[in-house]
Design a binder for this molecule. Structure first.
Ligand code: ATP
Length: 248
């Protein structure tokens, strides 16, 4: 599902955080957003599914279009967040069983059919690459899992409501290299079905797994392009400076 950002501007008070952002996120691609700390990456992600509305004091202008429809003109923000899921940086296990963590939003949306719920639970844990590790302890508390497992559980929870776009804010920043590798493989697989937008501080990660990479600086898009060209032949001096020092 294509997500189109047009002339997006976000302010907190008089502080302009995002300045006239224009970007297009194509379906079945993994898009990485990189940039220095504080440049507005998380604010951009939150603007893409109306999570920003949970904050105080923001002003937003411009459009975010999902399949041509501006999400800010739809009445039901919760439905937008179902279609455009967001996975946060810190792995979060709700104080529930593994199974109920996956089914939390599905139950909230009113699904009661036990067979359907079981199917959703299994298929989302499969997609998140966690099924084999947890299939014999679905009723155990989720906080018994490791950080890497809980991050995959968060992804399973987001997948349970069948999103069209998945936003991830530095999902590997608290994980060890082995868990990071598992999540990267999983995101590559999910990108064959969904639009994935990944904020990462790790330039190597963007280079390894993204189809398209975007550099954001001081609330502006500096450069966006196909990942190999972005890293091997950047057009903008600021991109060259930002990625300089990396040897591949
Ligand atoms: N709710 C808020 N109220 C006021 N200012 C905010 C709010 N949320 C973010 N900001 C400001 O917006 C700017 C961009 O923050 P944001 O978290 O989007 O940057 P980032 O690029 O994701 O940073 P990092 O890489 O360090 O996570 C920062 O100056 C931050 O202080």
């Amino acid at each position: 599902m294509t997500l189109q950002v047009e002339n997006l501007q976000v302010k907190f008070g008089s502080n302009e955080i995002l300045k006239d952002i224009n970007l297009s996120f194509s379906a079945q691609k993994l898009h990485a957003i990189i940039g220095p700390s504080g440049c507005g990456k998380t604010t951009l992600l939150k603007s893409l599914n109306r999570t920003l509305e949970m904050e105080k004091g923001y002003i937003i202008r411009g459009k975010v279009k999902l399949c041509g429809e501006n999400i800010y003109e739809q009445r039901d923000a919760a439905m937008i967040r179902r279609k455009i899921g967001l996975v946060f940086q810190t792995p979060v296990a709700l104080p529930l069983s593994i199974k109920e963590n996956v089914l939390f939003a599905v139950r909230y949306l009113g699904e009661r059919n036990k067979i359907k719920l079981q199917e959703i639970c299994e298929s989302c844990l499969q997609q998140a690459g966690l099924w084999e590790e947890v299939k014999d302890k679905l009723n155990r508390p989720a906080n018994e899992l490791s950080g890497g497992q809980i991050q995959r559980l968060s992804i399973a929870r987001a997948l349970a409501v069948s999103p069209e776009v998945l936003l991830l804010d530095e999902p590997c920043s608290n994980l060890d290299p082995a868990s990071t590798q598992v999540i990267e493989g999983l995101l590559r697989k999910l990108a064959t079905q969904l639009t994935i937008i990944l904020v990462t501080h790790n330039l190597f990660q963007a280079k390894r797994i993204a189809d398209v990479t975007t550099l954001l600086m001081n609330g502006q898009v500096i450069e966006t392009g196909e990942t190999t060209a972005f890293f091997n032949k950047p057009e903008q001096p600021a991109t060259r400076d930002f990625i300089s020092g990396l040897s591949w």
